[in-house]
Design a protein around this ligand. Structure first.
Ligand SMILES: [Zn+2]
Length: 287
């Protein structure tokens, strides 16, 4: 894995989120788990070389951040926001998270098939949070302070994990670094406010949900992506475009690649982003 600071490691190279861990004097704190089974098993083994895993924090409920929890059973206490817990592996109108995790195996982790549970087996104990909180929460592990800051927007239970002593934060998908932004389950107004809250943190490195490790300078880029999407759809509605026309004509394909392993989702992202913003704005709701 990539060593970001003296005690912080991440991996931005394979399909799924950027799973990470923090090493303290009294064991390891994991932040999000690999979606791909063999990667999850390998990361657990690597993290445990630094000491026992004390906590596993999930930054958001999307499947690529939580599915790998299954392979971390018995490794520390799982911590998540109430908004994450309420949405943990819940089937939505657009996505069955369990099926989505399985669908990645042939292309991205063929060896993972052998250790992929069937649906009943998985849901008997997916290793969901046992500590569920609202607002913010501070953990102190081996003298290292770890702040879990509620930064909703991309999802309702979104948290930013801030480690002041390492001058690092982990944002989950509040930041899509140099790759396409998924906003179909989002509240963009809250998301922009979340970026402002992250701006207040004293950090040199931001570990995003997807894409390369970045810095606070990227907060402006992420804000611009969100505001451009909302503005483009709002302008289209003012011009009287139909829902189909909005989906057909508004996209930001050229801006970024899709994150590794998900290139085939490009049309899905563009369509769902445009449709979700249209539906909210046309109903007079905040985007
Ligand atoms: Zn997400």
């Amino acid at each position: 894995m990539q060593k970001v600071t003296a005690n912080v490691y991440t991996d931005t190279t394979f399909r799924g989120c950027n799973p990470s861990y923090i090493v303290t004097k009294d064991g390891v704190v994991v932040v999000d788990t690999p979606q791909l089974p063999t990667r999850a098993v390998a990361m657990r083994a690597e993290a445990e070389k630094h000491g026992p895993i004390r906590y596993l924090i999930n930054t958001e409920h999307h499947v690529d951040h939580i599915f790998g929890n299954y392979y971390f059973k018995g490794a520390g206490t799982v911590v998540g926001h109430k908004g994450l817990d309420e949405n943990f592996m819940v089937v939505g109108p657009d996505l069955d998270p369990f099926a989505y995790a399985k669908e990645a195996l042939p292309t991205d982790d063929p060896d993972g098939e052998a250790i992929f549970p069937d649906r009943d087996e998985y849901f008997r104990d997916p290793n969901r949070p046992s500590v569920v909180f609202t607002g913010d929460l501070t953990l102190r592990v081996g003298g290292t302070e770890i702040q879990l800051i509620h930064t909703p927007g991309h999802t309702p239970g979104q948290v930013t994990v801030y480690v002041p002593s390492e001058r690092v934060c982990f944002t989950g998908d509040t930041i899509f670094s140099e790759c396409q932004t998924w906003l179909l389950t989002s509240n963009v107004d809250e998301w922009v406010a979340a970026l402002d809250r992250i701006r207040q943190l004293d950090v040199d490195h931001i570990i995003p949900g997807h894409g390369p490790v970045t810095t606070k300078a990227y907060l402006d880029v992420q804000r611009s992506v969100l505001m451009e999407w909302v503005t483009a759809v709002a302008v289209a509605i003012a011009r009287g475009w139909s829902r189909d026309e909005v989906i057909e004509r508004i996209n930001f394909r050229e801006r970024f690649q899709v994150d590794v392993g998900q290139g085939y989702m490009m049309d899905h992202i563009q369509t769902k982003n445009a449709a979700s913003l249209y539906d909210k704005l046309i109903a007079g709701r905040r985007p």
